[in-house]
Ligand binder design. Structure first.
Ligand SMILES: *Cc1c(COP(=O)(O)O)cnc(C)c1O
Length: 480
């Protein structure tokens, strides 16, 4: 007998469901077809958006196809197209289609991956994916972790484990270089480190943490009765891609009894390539590593990962028994992922990674990551041979920092600053490519982050040519 349908009015018949799914798939695939010819960024100011979208929720529904089409045409495109082949700002990434479909399937299954009881298959799958990542980063057996929303929550989770593992003492302090991501500073604050006890240690001329300054800061804090608990190192700092000296930091933290966390959010997956593994050597000595599969592993948001060298440190920090959840304890070997981090209800983040790797194989992922590094190296060569452009730091892990500085012009720092800001704005409003900027020890720098597997050399070259052209115009008007 058929179950009676539509008792609440929130169900649909299967023909309509299938037809809507087809419609959404066509909208998404059509978007990808058109993307290279579209602008890399679109957006609008609050006033205009508020007028267009602010409305009371309708009492009666409208056809779902119209609503979804409106989302795809009017709402979602007003955004940075992070997956556009000429999007080089911040940290770009283009998700694989199987990864996108995996998220759709996960939503359709409504699995709550908090405990083994509620999700044994997906929990085992997360163990598999975590074990892959464990091998890639070079961690021993006994290491483990969990998938998180991203690098921010990975660091928060790591610093809770660090705090719990630390000996009780004075107020805790955390150390990182002045190049560290705001997410690291925020994580330290969230775990209860006072603002003034988050130490931003000077970086050297290659933007790596200064080890002597670090040692001095730790010694001074100990002398003042504070408790240094952790160092957050960069393995791909956001501005420059710089990599802190891992072996030295591991030695230092070992000797000081401090936790070493590595923020490898964007750069960490370079470890799957030979070149990346060499660059990141020593990272495997850290107590924990955060990596984002939604960046250089080509997954949809949200796909972060925290790996810890001893998975018990996570469970010691996070497991809280609760009467209502007493049925969910299945014993050794049946982890409840909610005991490893801050989330109870959790989505199945492992599926997109697993489906993509199963579909394409690791060879394809290695080639895709290498492709980004090769394009970045070519961009550096181009910049070094351009009379209009100047490299400001050697390329590292897909990031290129440079500026307009015509050799002949002999412009001063403030004029250069002004010209480079103008060119950044001109590229932005032109829309064909998107680049962003950063400050390098006080010097304004243009910055390309080249990670997207769909980006071609022509995309990079045309963007650099546009920067040279606009730079020439800006220099001309600065002189005239
Ligand atoms: C992206 C990023 C973060 C923050 O990670 P989310 O996934 O955005 O939470 C931290 N550090 C670095 C270097 C990053 O690139």
């Amino acid at each position: 007998m058929d179950r009676p349908r539509d008792r609440s009015g929130l169900e649909m018949d299967r023909e309509e469901m299938l037809q809507l799914a087809q419609q959404v798939a066509e909208l998404l695939v059509g978007r990808l077809d058109n993307l290279p010819g579209e602008v890399a960024w679109d957006g609008d100011f609050k006033e205009s958006l508020q007028d267009r979208f602010m409305e009371a929720p309708p009492e009666d529904g409208r056809p779902a196809g119209d609503v979804l089409t409106r989302a795809a045409r009017e709402i979602l495109p007003l955004a940075a197209r992070i997956d556009h082949p000429r999007f080089f700002g911040f940290v770009p990434s283009s998700p694989t289609w199987p990864g996108v479909l995996a998220d759709f399937m996960v939503a359709g299954h409504q699995v709550n991956q908090c405990t083994w009881l509620t999700s044994s298959g997906p929990s085992q799958l997360e163990l598999v994916v975590i074990d892959w990542i464990r091998r890639w980063v070079g961690y021993p057996e006994g290491a483990g972790g969990l998938l998180t929303s991203g690098g921010s929550v990975a660091t928060i989770t790591a610093l809770v484990a660090a705090r719990e593992a630390a000996a009780r003492g004075g107020p805790p302090t955390v150390y990182m270089s002045d190049q560290s991501h705001s997410a690291q500073i925020r994580a330290a604050r969230i775990v209860g480190v006072e603002r003034e006890h988050v130490r931003l240690v000077a970086s050297d001329r290659r933007f790596r943490i200064d080890l002597e300054a670090l040692a001095d800061a730790v010694a001074a804090d100990r002398a003042a009765g504070l408790s240094p608990i952790a160092v957050c190192a960069n393995a791909g700092a956001g501005s420059t891609g710089s990599i802190d000296p891992m072996p030295e930091l591991a030695d230092f933290c070992g000797a000081e009894g401090m936790w070493l966390h590595v923020d490898a959010a964007y750069g960490g997956f370079a470890v799957i390539t030979e070149r990346g593994r060499k660059l990141l050597r020593g990272m495997e000595r850290a107590d924990s590593i955060g990596l984002d599969a939604h960046k250089w592993f080509f997954q949809p948001y949200e796909a972060g990962c925290l790996m810890v060298k001893d998975v018990n440190t996570l469970e010691d920090a996070f497991a809280v028994p609760h009467d209502m959840l007493q049925d969910t304890i299945w014993g050794a070997g049946h982890p409840n992922f909610s005991d490893r981090g801050p989330q109870l209800s959790r989505s199945v983040r492992a599926l997109k990674i697993w489906v993509s790797v199963q579909t394409f194989g690791m060879g394809a992922f290695r080639r895709a990551v290498s492709h980004g590094m090769e394009l970045a190296a070519r961009a550096e060569d181009y910049i070094r041979s351009s009379p209009m452009l100047e490299m400001l730091n050697p390329t590292s892990l897909g990031i290129v920092c440079f500026r307009i500085n015509p050799a002949e012009a002999g412009l001063g720092e403030s004029a250069l600053d002004e010209i480079n800001r103008q060119v950044l704005a001109s590229i932005f409003w032109d829309g064909r490519a998107f680049i962003s900027s950063t400050m390098l020890h006080g010097t304004f720098s243009l910055r390309l982050c080249i990670l997207n597997h769909t980006t071609t050399w022509d995309d990079v070259r045309e963007t650099l040519e546009a920067i040279e052209r606009n730079g020439g115009a800006a220099c001309g008007s600065a002189e005239g």
